[in-house]
Design a protein. Sequence first.
Lengths: 508, 314, 356
Amino acid sequence: MSSYAVQMQGITKIFSNVKANDNVNFTLKKGSIHGLLGENGAGKTTLMNVLYGLYLQEQGDVFINGKREVIDSPTKAISLGIGMVHQHFMLAKPLSVVENIMLGHKSSRGMLLDTKVVEKKLKKLSEQYNLKVDPAAKIWQLSVGEQQRVEILSTIYQGAEILILDEPTAVLTPQEAQSLFGILKRMKDDGKSIILITHKLEEILSVADEVTVLRDGQLIGTKQIDDSTTKEELTRMMVGREVLFDFKQGKTKTGKMMLKIQDACANSDKRIPALRQFSLDIHEGEIIGLAGVDGNGQKELAEVITGIRPMTSGNVVLDGQNISSKSALNIIDAGIAYIPEDRHHIGLAMGFTIAKNFILKTYHKKPFARNFMLNEKEINKNAASIIKKYQIKANSKDDIVKDLSGGNQQKVILGRELSSNPKVLVAAHPTRGLDVGAMQYVRDQIMQARNSGTAVLLISADLEEILQLADRIAVIYDGQLMGILPGGSDIERIGMLMMGNKQEVVNG
Amino acid sequence: MWDDILTTGFLVSVLAATIRLATPILFTSLGAIYGQRSGILNLGLEGTMTIGAVCAFIVAFFTNSLFLGLLGAVLGGILFSVIMAWLSVTMKANQVIAGTAMTILGVGLSAFIYRAIFGIKSLPAQIESFQQIRIPLLSDIPIVGKIFFDHNLLIYFAFLLVVITWFVLEKTVFGLKIKAVGEHPRAADSKGINVAKVRYQSLMIEGAYAGLGGAFMSIAYMNSFTDSIITGRGFIAVAVVVFARWHPTRAMWGALLYGLASALQIRLQAIGAEIPNQFLLMLPYVLTIIVLIGVSKKAEFPGAYTLPYSRMER
Amino acid sequence: MGKTRIKKAVGSIWPAAITIIIALFIGAILIVISGKDPIDAYRLLFNGAFGSAHKISETLVKAIPLMIMALGISIAFKNKMWNIGADGQFTLGAIFSLSVGIYLKLPVWLLFPISFLAAFIGGALWGALAGWLKAKFNANEVITTLMLNYIATYLLTYLVYGPMMDPEGFGFPQTPLLPEGLHLGLFSAQTRIHMGIFVALALLGLVILFWKSTLGYKIELMGQGEQVSRYAGINAKRMMILVMALSGGLCGIAGWNEIYGVHYRLMTDIASGYGTLAIVIALLGNLNPVGIGVSSFFFAALLVGGNTMQRMTGIPYSIVDIIQGLVIIFVITRQAINLESVRMFFKKIGGKQHVG
């Protein structure tokens, strides 16, 4: 019994009507690295949030080191030696490294902060595990990789013997990920037990000792990882069937140049240059996948193309027409559709009905408006037809969008953007956070758009997705185009570009 | 007119009045720093100050003790802020509307309580307010002495609070919690900090400070209570906090700036200056707008400003 | 179809009704604490507002400006622009429109529409100023509109004590009277109800239509979020100013109404706190024109009845203020209760203890 650091038995967790975890069993052997594998929405993060005390399970028991525990808060989890590094860092940007790590801990000086004492301890720990970071630095000054190190340091400082990492490589380049795995192996050798939540097969195979696979909230199985374990095997467990990797059917010949971005420069919200002389051509009937770690200018690029963000210099030409300084409204009219990465705050008006969301960009045009008054009949007709075509599951067109599932919300956006038969489609992380079925559907729709001649710019941090869909792959790093590779290129090459190693320009 | 202004006598009296008039704003804005730093915008401070003023006056009137009056104000301020905390933190209501409601409620409740006790008479009840305390020796220094060292106890205390507030925010565990909760409540929550509790606590401290600010008006600056005793100072204090970028010492300068505008208005009117009085009266309010213009764009608001926190957000 | 419409209308009114009842109940408690009889008090209140044709007309007279201002406020609020400056915008509208009436020597039939326009412009400018400050400098509109309130009040005081004072007014701080021809016609000699009530009702209808227009859609969309409205191509800065101008303009018209329909001159404190009350009404009516219409009437009753109540029982008029504050609190709470708090609460009492 006591060779297990963690045992979770029969865990069931319900949100509203959804069983995020359905009678799941999970065990973690001491001194091992255990992968928790599954697609988006499979229930991995939920299960770990239960372990960490952020959620309380409806049914089931948790045993830590053989003893049954009720973990009803992160404080309790921390006291049991459990630490969690979240996918979205839990770091307060204006505060320093020490201050963030001190949070939640008793100070050795009672009510006063004991900053110097903690700094000393941190220096020792960071040397022990090779997690170099300056304790006095403010978080906003650190790179993403460094911030992650702060998170890990924080859990060690707390005395965590059981470490949960939630999709840690989502924000790292392939090479940075390798360096992280080195650190994890060191910790394992030191006797710590580690849970690695991921949906990336490569990582499981390269660093985990065991893997547990979840699908749709249920436990599919647990396996030892050895040389004989294959990606296909794991994929089948994850997804339940063979994944069709062949999306190329129906591909038409690539047509003329539709969108030309020339030396675009733009600033981020913090007034720092985010796009530096970025150039790219996108043709009719092709999908360009833009790979790159989040935060390297993708958001600004999408906004510049769609007119939401002004360029400081450069040109964007659509089908021969210069749209560089046009307003967002003009660009929408000119035929550029945009699926934004944040469907809740950007792509949808959450408090509006489905019908009203469909006309988000067209409310002022015929037939939806006449003499400045909205034409309800036309609006409702339009809504009914889109709902039918895209099979959006809702009670009626008057449902408030906030109450729909993530997949259906994305369908609303898709329906709206694609039904205008756009010349260009910019899709930013379109499948993020969706379950497998919805993901497949969205990818399918993007393919169909491409097949009917739309020029598609697919921005994604998911290399598997890009490999599946893209005809050509472009890589962005620090606001610049690093290079263009043909579709299906191998991950190493893409990773190199993502790290900032510019290649001689290849016309893919 | 200018001959009267450019005399030492005038300048000394203006500066001394500046310090005095800055005090209620100072109390309230120092308190608001706690609340805003924890992520809550409290626009109900006008109501809180009024409650403080009425509590201080009534308690002082019936107990003949100014200190008990202060205690009453503090208590009243704290209790009143609990309602705002409940609305903003537990009910997760829109903080702007909640604050407006609290101001309406606070002013109305104060007027009601006062009238219920003293009746609807024409002459306001009066007490003997805080007297000035002249610090021996220091207050005898010409000019400087009269400006800085000849004030009542509350005023000295307000300026002492600047240091205390700075200390609490920068050097204590509680201060760190407040900052974390205001910047990234989810991070604080994941470290085991009770976000709601910290916000309640900071709002209660805010209420105590604002209560003192109101008390100053009724039992130190004046010696009675009227409905319009606060006249916008609660809101000016909120603006001062943004101007101060949530830092106690800068809040002090902001309060002093406001004090200067008020002092100028009173003194210029007293010497019969040729500027119509109403324009002078406008001065503090115009100043507030100018201050906001200068500061609001560059200011780095706390990350969770006016955003209620809920663990369930996915 | 008609049934669902009725159901909807009732559905939007009855939560407001409950809110008012609870607020009145707490008011009753306070009255008891202060040693008076609440039933007697409320009876006087009711009588004071509805006891006779004259009294009902008084209530209507008060309801008109309240409703117009609340409509104006609702436009800003729907856009999440917190316009607390209705009083100041009202005052500016009053000043502009009265000036036109007194200083412009034009035929009456021209002056009516011009003064109406002037009122709108005055209020719109004052509102747009705050909108511009927010658009250009990110200055918090709650504070700026509030400060502008005070400034407007002092401006009015200056004018009626100074340049605009009635030379034959024995030194009272008031302007000369508007010429007879410019007074809005009264319904009957006994009441003070004037044609302004038609203006108010027309505005109510206009606002209902407004929300069905493309501009109305745009404004509501902006209230949904800054990012999504940028995504939809809305120029946020321009809209901010436009919305505040519209909002302020309506408040300015309320000022026109009061001057041309009731007082016929400017005096100090002409807005007399209508602004804060209008905010409460807008919220209680859930920013919906019909709800606002009903709530205005109720609050006007409170005001008029409250005066009687104070005179007859000695219960401070400020109880009306308290009820206002309580109403907002309950409105907020009612909205919040629709959220997860309720689900969580029921889960708690349903057995399993729920974290968070």
